[in-house]
Write a protein that binds this ligand. Structure first.
Ligand code: ZN
Ligand code: ZN
Length: 635
């Protein structure tokens, strides 16, 4: 046991603090307890003197002293020393001091020490519980966070608007909806549902757990919405695939005169990137310009991504060129932008420029570069980058880089090399994306055996993802293995898996029109089908043969319905043709990968109508112009 110098700490002297060695918290407290027992038996009058007025005054002084000392602590050693002194001087019973000790331990993430102290505290108030719950939440120890919160409720104390957001955010981070709903009930029970911090956290939690309706309901009921809630709602709608709703909220926010900060602005820009419509991109850009937001690295980079995803790589480049400061993320975003649009050469040209500007590439840069190579079929260049990333830039490849390489080699038909690469991955864990890339390549090159292997790995890794089963069954269908097709379908039915419905949207006159396969719900449906019919006649005359055997589609619902000619992409294009002036580009977005037949059809339509058709699918952009696509039929 180490010795304490009684009251020696009153000399505010760091050297004196260092006088103590740094034992662990438990040993400190053990020693303290023993020491206290010892003191109590030897001199009982100590306890007595604490009750005199003078002593009370000195006690409060001491309490203030400890609090300020604790707040100036910078290391675990210092905190433990003060903790020891506090214990020696019987100040642990001072709840304010004890709570402050708890707080500094949690502030520096020494949760073991904090918890040990917490367990030994004879008295705990709401602050003690809150600090502990928040401490666990901050370090991501959610199990203990929930456990402590349970203890808090059982202790009969009322949780406050400080603690609840911590627990709710823990539910959000773990996407534990069940726990989230339970906490929501507690919120109601204690009448805190109108508190803006609590309700903002709840909105955020529901949004992150993708229960967007509940999030929206709460959001609409909020009496006072802070900027955080607005931002959360805009971001959540976009995340849940309803980016157009993000814009409804953004409009409402502007009408209510809520001023956006940089974080909110970036969220809106990101939502616009998800929505992918040029009209909204220009609207957001205009808002940014009018409200004099500075085009810093974060906002500028988000805007590059937005324009790239809205189909205008040139506007993305304009933003990029106007940015005064660019970091590695901005360069990587611009490289990625060229990559999406199949402009591999332009992407690669940026790399030496980036190096010349003194920015070193990181993992994201190499993902962008390899993707660009893959989309443009630049195999040699891709292999060079892959080899040099570690050798020249000390960036070790992760599963994303391997995935890009598998994609690159696979698309080029070098499937054996792709498989070799996968088998060489000793230290990097293989994920669904990697096998998905291999499967995609097998799909293009009709390599049944390898496709089967990849699909089986995928099904094993993600047994609930219906897309993998669909791909596998499509590959079997292409090979005419109808029995295997049936077996795969049966497995899907048995596992009660649902396929993602395919849909395409197009923006005309600031309105978004959404189409599903064989859709006849649109008010102008009759005209759309008439246009489609006349288009079909014209493209067939030009040499287009409908690929009725086209089974390589992520969503086969469309085929089952026998509506090959009424695929959502085709409906959207037909609608675009009847509603937009001749010569203007038609921009459509598909939630899944564009199907082969629609791809061929779009090429023909672009030729006979002399329209540029820009299709954004789940993977990339296709620019159809005069009968050719920017992807070089390589997607
Ligand atoms: Zn199609
Ligand atoms: Zn294409």
């Amino acid at each position: 046991m180490f010795k304490f110098k009684h009251r020696s700490f009153f000399v505010s002297n760091n050297d004196r603090l260092r006088f103590f060695s740094v034992p662990s918290a438990t040993s400190v407290v053990d020693s303290i307890t023993q020491h206290q027992n010892c003191q109590q038996t030897s001199s009982n009058h100590n306890t007595h003197t604490r009750e005199t007025p003078n002593s009370q005054f000195s006690h409060s002084l001491t309490s203030k002293y400890y609090i300020s000392t604790l707040l100036s602590c910078k290391s675990l050693g210092q905190i433990r020393q003060v903790h020891a002194q506090v214990a020696v001087n019987d100040m642990l019973q001072d709840l304010i001091v004890a709570n402050k000790l708890l707080y500094v331990y949690t502030r520096y993430k020494y949760l073991d020490d904090a918890y040990s102290l917490f367990c030994r505290m004879e008295e705990r108030d709401s602050v003690s519980w809150s600090v502990m719950v928040g401490g666990f939440a901050k370090i991501g120890d959610y199990m203990n966070c929930f456990g402590t919160f349970r203890g808090y409720i059982r202790s009969g104390k009322q949780p406050d608007n400080y603690t609840l957001p911590f627990v709710i955010r823990a539910c959000r981070d773990t996407t534990d909806l069940q726990m989230g709903r339970l906490i929501h009930q507690i919120v109601y029970k204690f009448g805190l549902h109108l508190d803006r911090f609590v309700s903002a956290a709840l909105v955020d939690m529901y949004a992150r757990c993708r229960v967007i309706e509940d999030a929206r309901q709460l959001f609409d009921k909020m009496q006072k919405r802070d900027l955080v809630s607005w931002t959360v709602m805009i971001g959540a709608c976009a995340e849940c695939g309803n980016a157009s709703e993000s814009f409804v909220i953004f409009d409402r926010m502007r009408q209510e005169g809520v001023a956006l900060d940089k974080v909110a602005m970036v969220t809106v820009v990101n939502a616009c990137a998800k929505l992918g419509t040029m009209h909204n991109a220009r609207l957001v850009h205009d808002y940014i310009w009018r409200n004099k937001f500075s085009l810093d690295v974060i906002l500028g980079t988000a805007m590059i991504d937005m324009y790239a995803k809205c189909g205008s790589v040139d506007s993305a480049r304009e933003i990029f060129d106007r940015m005064k400061e660019r970091n590695v993320i901005s360069w990587s975003a611009m490289i990625a932008a060229y990559g999406y649009h199949g402009q591999g050469r332009e992407a690669l040209d940026l790399f030496p420029m980036m190096l010349r500007s003194g920015v070193l590439p990181n993992r994201i840069t190499f993902v962008s570069l390899l993707n660009a190579c893959s989309h443009a079929g630049l195999v040699k260049e891709g292999l060079q980058f892959f080899n040099s990333m570690w050798e020249d830039y000390s960036v070790s490849p992760n599963v994303k880089h391997y995935t890009c390489m598998v994609d690159l080699l696979g698309r080029a038909g070098r499937l054996d090399e792709a498989l070799d690469l996968i088998e060489d991955m000793k230290t990097v864990e293989k994920d669904a994306g990697l096998w998905g890339a291999l499967l995609g390549a097998c799909r293009i090159h009709c390599h049944i055996e390898l496709a089967e292997k990849a699909a089986k790995c995928l099904v094993e890794l993600q047994p609930r993802n219906a897309g993998h089963y669909v791909l596998l069954s499509n590959i079997y269908a292409k090979a005419g293995r109808w029995e295997d097709v049936a077996k795969t379908r049966e497995l899907m039915i048995h596992r009660k898996l649902k396929k993602i419905p395919g849909w395409t949207w197009i923006e005309v006159d600031n309105m978004i029109h959404r189409f599903s396969v064989g859709d006849s719900t649109h008010p102008r449906s009759r005209e759309i089908y008439e246009m489609l019919k006349s288009l079909s006649t014209k493209v067939e005359l030009a040499g287009y043969i409908p690929d009725t055997n086209f089974v390589l589609h992520d969503v086969d619902e469309e085929l089952k319905l026998g509506f090959l000619y009424a695929h959502s992409e085709k409906l959207a294009i037909a609608f675009g043709l009847i509603t937009t002036p001749p010569g203007t580009p038609i921009r459509i977005t598909k939630n899944l990968r564009v199907c082969g037949d629609c791809h061929t059809f779009s090429k023909f339509v672009s030729a006979i109508t002399h329209r540029v058709i820009i299709v954004r699918d789940a993977n990339r952009f296709h620019h159809f112009k005069e009968g050719a696509c920017s992807c070089g039929d390589y997607w």
